[in-house]
Design a protein around this ligand. Structure first.
Ligand code: FE
Ligand code: ZN
Length: 507
């Protein structure tokens, strides 16, 4: 009998993967792997790394190919059956513009980041896991682009996403988040993305977009979401394994990891403001509120997770109480800001309908009626009087998260939170203690931030007028931007709907 047949799955997998790595002899190992020590992380035995999914490349390709076949079959039928006409309301499409411009480029960035790790970790198990994830992320980027290209045929705001990613003001928020991780060392990158984002916070991104898509009749997006989800569970398991492995390898790793958890929790929380805003304001059919999602996926699930991690010497990320304390505010503050700057955004904004305002009042009983609702109602009055308000002054941005300074003081929802720090005689501004701490941890990194507002004022974005800047963004004025009311998207949608109801009634 063949001896290999007697091996169990784990040993068999070890033979197929670990033996691909060897101790180099022509060059010292430290020269071959130059990046995995300067962060201070000590690994004594890479063989203690447990591969959560023991998958060979051969099985991986077969499995992924099967998912691709299913996905593209559904996308074809979506295209042939004018699936875009089944969404709840044309306002919904704006969530997809936000996703394509803000999230899809992050998939590509993740592909690059994991490819780098797949080369530079000394441990073979970790290298193989990162190589697979790198390919997953490239696939996610491609399937999202292919799926959303269907909407590009019918709606504005989709065409220029790669150009916009490097330029448009609010897209510097996701971009800087990922570039911060990619320009860190390999252990920080994997802790930031695999653990802090994919393990701790990813449900807060995927659940609302995918359930939101399902609720709003968007079967194309549901399909790419499902197709990515099985990869996602592999990524999440990798994230948890990384953190446990680092803590078990050396007690000196624990404070380093904790510092990364603090930093990346806060950066992730700030980034997710955009997702929360989408849930509370941009889905015509709501799934749940941001505050409800935060309770379920962070306070409850995250709380239990960190309880579990106590035995590794880790604690809840710093400022998690502030995140929870402000969960009933950040989405309103964000939507109000996009409403103000809707002339320079790549999607449409609007004041919620009465029914939607009532939903917000019910979901946010402590803050909405007293702080936010009167402002929206005032803006609507102004709009109806033909004076739709667009802010022409540019806001100050937080040096760390790059979000405009619109977050309020944890203890006072009527006061903008503002922090500052001095470095080499220069003043820098922050939205929160969390962002200030991150800056002060590595000021030499964050002073280099490409802040869109500063760049506009310095004349680096096409010129001084809105028209110049929109040109620099490749943003088509009157098509991609401004209020949903009166937009070509709205006009087209109403015309198509009239036409199809006329057909249905035999006119
Ligand atoms: Fe992905
Ligand atoms: Zn900030």
């Amino acid at each position: 009998m063949d001896a290999r047949k007697k091996l169990n799955l784990k040993d068999k997998y070890a033979l197929m993967t670990r033996d691909l790595g060897w101790e180099t002899s022509y060059q010292p190992m430290d020269k071959v792997f130059p990046f995995d020590q300067y962060e201070g992380i000590k690994i004594h035995d890479w063989d203690k790394w447990e591969d959560p999914f023991r998958m060979t490349m051969d099985a991986y390709w077969k499995y992924q190919a099967e998912k691709e076949r299913k996905l593209y079959a559904i996308i074809d039928s979506f295209a042939q059956n004018n699936g875009h006409m089944n969404v709840s309301d044309a306002r919904y499409i704006n969530t997809l513009k936000l996703f394509l411009t803000g999230v899809t480029p992050l998939e590509y960035a993740a592909h690059r980041g994991y490819a780098h790790l797949g080369r530079h970790f000394r441990g073979v198990g970790a290298r193989v896991a990162c190589q697979m994830q790198s390919i997953d992320e490239l696939r996610h980027c491609q399937t999202q682009v292919h799926t959303l290209s269907l909407y590009n045929k019918y709606f504005n705001g989709f065409a220029e996403w790669p150009h916009m990613y490097d330029r448009v003001w609010y897209l510097s928020v996701p971009k800087s988040y990922f570039e911060d991780a990619m320009s860190a060392g390999p252990f920080e990158f994997i802790t930031a993305i695999s653990f802090s984002f994919e393990y701790v916070l990813t449900n807060l991104l995927f659940m609302p977009f995918m359930s939101g898509a399902a609720y709003n009749g968007d079967m194309a997006t549901v399909t790419f979401g499902f197709s990515a989800q099985s990869d996602e569970s592999r990524h999440m398991t990798l994230g948890l394994e990384v953190v446990k492995f680092l803590c078990e390898q050396d007690a000196g790793n624990v404070p380093i990891v904790q510092k990364w958890l603090d930093k990346w929790f806060w950066r992730g929380f700030r980034l997710l403001t955009l997702v929360g805003m989408m849930m509370d304001y941009m889905l015509p059919k709501r799934v749940m509120s941001w505050s409800e999602a935060w309770k379920i996926y962070f306070e409850d699930a995250g709380g239990a997770l960190f309880k579990d991690l106590e035995r590794y010497g880790l604690r809840m990320p710093k400022y998690h109480e502030i995140a929870t304390q402000t969960k009933d505010r950040i989405t309103h503050e964000a939507w109000a800001t996009f409403y103000n700057y809707g002339a320079a955004a790549d999607f449409h904004t609007w004041v919620p309908s009465d029914e939607e305002l009532d939903w917000l009042s019910a979901k946010y009983p402590d803050t909405f009626d007293s702080v936010y609702r009167p402002r929206f109602e005032y803006w609507r009055e102004q709009q109806q009087a033909g004076k739709r308000f667009y802010n022409a002054n540019l806001p100050m941005l937080c040096q760390t998260c790059q979000v405009p300074m619109f977050f309020s003081e944890p203890d006072d929802p009527t006061k903008i939170a503002y922090r500052e720090s001095t470095y080499h005689g220069m003043k820098f501004h922050f939205c929160s203690d969390g962002c200030k701490d991150i800056f002060e941890g590595e000021p030499e990194k964050y002073v280099q931030a490409w802040l869109p507002v500063h760049q506009i004022y310095q004349g680096n974005c096409g010129g001084a007028s809105l028209e110049d800047v929109l040109k620099y963004y490749n943003l088509s004025h009157g098509h991609d931007n401004l209020d949903f009311a009166g937009s070509p998207d709205e006009r087209n949608w109403n015309a198509w709907k009239d036409e199809s109801s006329a057909h249905a009634s035999g006119e």
